[in-house]
Design a protein around this ligand. Structure first.
Ligand code: AP5
Length: 182
């Protein structure tokens, strides 16, 4: 299976759920910028204090801050990895390219998880994280469409994109993803 992966998809599409399964099964590092930022918030660090209000509004944390987090982890990783929630806009995607070129670790596949808005909104409302109320979810979706969705074409043009239907059970979706990566 391909070893250097990126997950794209709207909030609630199941990126975190599927990334965790895939990484456990195949020994990849799961690099979720959302999880790393939430850990900083929980620890009350200066970085977490800076990020918390932005995250609770459903907006994007500064590129500089996120890039520093990712660079540190990728530079010390010898094996495979899965990027979940990063890059989130063209600036982050553009900054990632020279870093991966320098590390000689190019992306092997980008998996786009596709799901209807109604289903993902219901999933997120049922979860109830700090940024999972209806107004913030709508803002996250709008930001996804405006800033993140342009990356779909960016990676399609590079021949890296594979789309997976993200409706159904966790197991069904996982096996669709694995098939697309062989
Ligand atoms: P982040 O943590 O990345 O959140 P997100 O993209 O909004 O994604 P979610 O975690 O909500 O959804 P998911 O697709 O991972 O789905 P999940 O598996 O959790 O980002 C949060 C915030 O951090 C951002 O808004 C921003 O402020 C900041 N941030 C993060 N990265 C950044 C970056 N690079 N730059 C700038 N800012 C950044 O599943 C959702 C729910 O559905 C769960 O309850 C799950 O159990 C359930 N579920 C999953 N699969 C299924 C299924 N098949 N059937 C039924 N339920 C399911």
């Amino acid at each position: 299976m391909k070893q250097r992966l990126l997950f794209l998809g709207p909030p609630g599409a199941g990126k975190g759920t599927q990334a965790e399964r895939l990484c456990n099964a195949h020994g990849l590092m799961h690099l979720s910028t959302g999880d790393l930022l939430r850990a900083e918030v929980a620890a009350g660090s200066p970085l977490g204090q800076e990020a918390e209000a932005v995250m609770n509004r459903g907006e994007l944390v500064s590129d500089e801050l996120v890039l520093a987090i990712v660079e540190k982890r990728l530079s010390t990783q010898a094996g495979g990895w899965l990027l979940d929630g990063f890059p989130r806009n063209v600036i982050q995607a553009t900054a990632l390219e020279p870093l991966l070129a320098q590390l000689k670790q190019p992306i092997e596949a980008v998996v786009l998880l596709e799901l209807d808005d109604a289903v993902l909104i219901a999933r997120l409302l049922a979860r109830g994280r700090a940024d999972d109320n209806e107004a913030v979810i709508r803002n996250r979706l709008e930001i996804y469409r405006e800033k993140t969705a342009p990356l779909i074409d960016h990676y399609r043009q590079q021949g890296l994109l594979t789309s997976v239907e993200a409706q159904g059970s966790v197991e069904e979706i996982c096996s669709r993803i694995e098939k697309s990566l062989n």
